[in-house]
Structure formats: C-alpha cells, structure tokens
Design a binder for this molecule. Structure first.
Ligand code: DLL
Length: 434
C-alpha cells in the first residue's frame, strides 16, 4: 500500500517541477520573514528572483546547528509566535538547546509524512500500534503518535520505561506494531525472555526503528527475538522529527526521502561542494514547505549517500543509504544526543576535578551504557570512602541533569588518565554494531 501515490510515485520531471516551485516560494518567504537569511543572501548579493529552479539551490547559503544556537531561541523562526502551535527541542552542547516551532500546517505535513512511513511498513487501520519513543520535547513520541492517528490505526502512547507492564499491554491489547529505538527493541526482547514469555506469546508484526544508528545484524537479531519485521525510520528535529525518510517493504538498500517536503543533498563536508548520487558525504536538507522554522541547506552532519532509480515498491523518490557515522563528535546514547563537551563543561565547573576525563560508551545487555572516568584533584583525593562516594554522587547527579541520561561515574587517581600530545581523545566507543 502507498499512502499518497500522487506524491510518492511522481515522475522525476514532475518532482523536479514541484521542488522548483516550492523552493522559489520558500526563498521568497524566508527572505521576507527571517532576517538571518535575508542578511546572508544580501551578503552574497543574492535575491529571491535568482532562484529559478531546484538546481539553483547550490547558490543558497548553508545553515548549521551553531546558527540555531547563536540565534536561540526563536531567531530562525519565520512565522510569528501567534502561528506557532507546538515547540520541540533537541539537546545542545554547552547550554542552548535547539528550539523548533511548528505551525498548524507543519504539524499536518508531519503527520502526513509519518502516515506515509507507517503505510510503507505495512501498518493499516486494523493495527494497534505502541509508540515507545519518549514523549516530550523529543520529537520521537508525538511525531510517531500523530502519524498513527492520521493513518487511522489505534495508538497506544506507551512512551519509554516500565518494560514489563509494556509487554503485558502488548500481549493483552494485541499490539501489532511498535515504534522505538533499536536498542530499546532489544531490551524489550530481553525483558520478554526474562518474564518467561516468547515471541509467540505476543503478536508484534511491525517495528519502526530509528533515532540512532543501527545495522543489518541488529535488525536480524530484533526480528528473530521479537518475531516482527523491522523497518528504518529516519528524521531529525531541526527538519521535522521522525518521518523525513522511511524504508519500504522492498527494503532494497535505502530509505525513501519525502523529497516533496525535504530536499536532500550530499556535500563534501570539507569543500561544501555538492556530490553526485552514489557518493558518500554529509547529508543536507532544505525544508521545502515548512512555515514555522524553514531551513535552507541544513547540514545534518550525518554521513551517507543518496540512491536514485526506480524501486520495486513503485515509489519514485530518492532513497538515502544507512547513516554511516557523523562528521561531528555527537554521540547517540540510548537515543539521546550526548556531546562530550557537555560532560566537559560539568567537570570544569567542579573544583574537585582535573580537566581530565574519558567517556566510555558500551552496549551491555543490548542497552547503551556511559561511564565517565574523571581524575580527582590531589587535594580532594583521599581514603575516606564516604567522602569519595558523596563526590561521585554529586557529579553523577549533575551529569544526569545536563545529559538527561544517567552515567556511571568512576573516580580516578590523579594523573591516571593518559595525556595526549595532539588533539585530546575523550571518547572510547566500544559499541560494536554487529
Ligand atoms: O532522533 C528524530 C527521530 C525520532 C528519528 C524517532 C527517528 C525516530 P534528533 O533527536 O534531532 O531527532 O536526532 C537526529 O539522530 O541526525 C541522526 O544522527 C540520528 N538518527 C535519527 N534516525 C536515525 C536512523 C530524532 N534511522 C539524529 N538511523 C540524526 C541512524 C538516525 N541515525
């Protein structure tokens, strides 16, 4: 089934014409409503009339996460607050999160693209679907939720946590589909087994997995242990949230991009030149129809390639390959964005510690773990277990409030962490994506 054949199966010429028309409209809109873009375009001696087709996109300026932070909170918002009906936020490095405002029309587009994804996975009105992404400022929960409702399936807003209760609900309410991170899916499988149940006791058939990198091996393991078919779901808050691209039932190497709304490009992150289809580089998106916070050429930092050509499912849209990594140092731990610099800023604020630390990321029992090793200053380091435990807890609490996930703090003796001659290495990521 295809949710919106008129858009998902357009001929390439029709898509080119639609994207060109929408880009022209967008550029005029941001020029008149976002001083940030007007200033950038004026500095480049560029006016909206210079953009005649989607191919002219290369003339336009890029946007980065730093631009969003520098213009915190609403600097890149094009619509007035009176038109904004919802706000989401994504975690930031040293303080400012990225704020994204949505107009009523933006939310309609979002639930439309999410309905396209779910339909591509095979979800129908007869399904009961559990949304186990976090509800709140994170876009995962509410983004998927409204897509399920739009499609007409029954949504169970389970969010995260209380996994045993969740499994009982899956069994008792005959939940057939689930949206969550791949690591949570594995944790769910483990809990199921711990409860003495098997995949035969539940009736899951479809999983919508994303928000963090995952591999084919992980897919096989999840499918095997939960008895469902797992599909990739990609998105990012700055562009919309989940629903930017999705795998179809053909699963032939990529995820269909909703390119009538989000125009993808791949660039060389060093030279910023656009790269042809098939080459790996940094993924860049332009929001062709967004009203709240439209973005021109937003650099996602995600590394992947684009795939053109017909798909056996009948959709004609460009597909994006798996995300192979990120061009910056952002870690995704249990689906939450964590920057080493956030940890650094907490440590540097506390007089008890040397600015020497290491983040050890691992995957234990299919769940991501974060250990923060930090050197205690000599004058604070002692044999009194009580005071050392209190110090450990103090740091753990501060990290939790900044990172929104718990970290295991390991206090290290002075001078025990290896010094670096060149660039400091602060992360050891032992997660081997099998
Ligand atoms: O993670 C939105 C989302 C929610 C997507 C639920 C899918 C499902 P952010 O928190 O802004 O938004 O994080 C966006 O997560 O730039 C990628 O690096 C990574 N990411 C998201 N989906 C995938 C995926 C949401 N399917 C960042 N595969 C992105 C690999 C993904 N990485």
């Amino acid at each position: 089934m295809i949710w919106n054949p008129a858009k998902e199966c357009m001929s390439r010429d029709e898509m080119h014409a639609l994207q060109s028309k929408r880009l022209q409209k967008l550029v005029t809109y941001v020029y008149h409503n976002t001083p940030f873009y007007r200033n950038k375009m004026q500095a480049m001696d560029l006016s909206p009339e210079d953009i005649k087709s989607i191919d002219d996109i290369v003339k336009l300026p890029f946007t980065t996460k730093q631009d969003l932070r520098d213009n915190y909170p609403y600097g890149l918002q094009a619509a007035p607050l009176s038109e904004i009906v919802r706000v989401h936020a994504s975690s930031g490095t040293t303080g400012n999160p990225t704020i994204v405002g949505y107009t009523r029309k933006d939310l309609a587009v979002w639930s439309e693209v999410m309905a396209r994804c779910l339909t591509a996975y095979g979800v129908t009105r007869d399904d009961t679907f559990s949304v186990s992404y976090g509800y709140g400022l994170f876009t995962g929960g509410l983004g998927a939720h409204y897509g399920v409702e739009n499609l007409g399936a029954t949504v169970i807003p389970t969010s995260t946590g209380n996994t045993e209760k969740h499994i009982r609900l899956i069994r008792d309410l005959k939940i057939s589909g689930i949206a969550c991170t791949p690591s949570y899916a594995l944790y769910l499988a483990e809990t199921l087994e711990k409860m003495g149940l098997t995949k035969k006791d539940i009736g899951l058939r479809i999983g919508a997995f994303g928000a963090e990198p995952w591999t084919e091996n992980m897919r096989h393991e999840i499918e095997e242990r939960l008895g469902l078919k797992g599909y990739n779901l990609y998105g990012l808050s700055e562009i919309m949230g989940p629903g930017v691209s999705y795998e179809c039932e053909a699963q032939n190497g990529g995820s269909h991009v909703c390119e009538d709304h989000f125009y993808p490009e791949i660039i060389n992150p060093e030279t910023l030149e656009q790269l042809p289809c098939g080459q790996q580089g940094e993924l860049v998106f332009t929001t062709l129809t967004k009203e709240g916070m439209p973005l021109l050429r937003y650099r996602t930092k995600d590394l992947c390639s684009l795939i053109e050509g017909p798909c056996s499912c009948g959709r004609t849209s460009v597909r994006m390959g798996r995300i192979m990594g990120r061009s910056d140092d952002m870690l995704i731990i249990r689906g939450i964005n964590v920057f080493p610099s956030q940890v650094e800023s907490v440590i540097l604020e506390m007089k008890e510690f040397e600015p020497q630390y290491m983040l050890i990321v691992d995957r234990v029992n299919n769940l991501d773990t974060l250990q923060v090793q930090v050197e205690v200053r000599r004058d604070f380091f002692n044999d009194d277990i009580g005071s050392m435990l209190a110090l450990k807890k103090k740091l753990a609490d501060k990290l939790k409030s900044v990172l929104s996930i718990s970290a295991d703090v390991k206090l290290m003796e002075p001078k025990s962490i290896e010094r670096s001659q060149g660039k400091g290495k602060h992360v050891i990521d032992n997660r081997i994506l099998k």
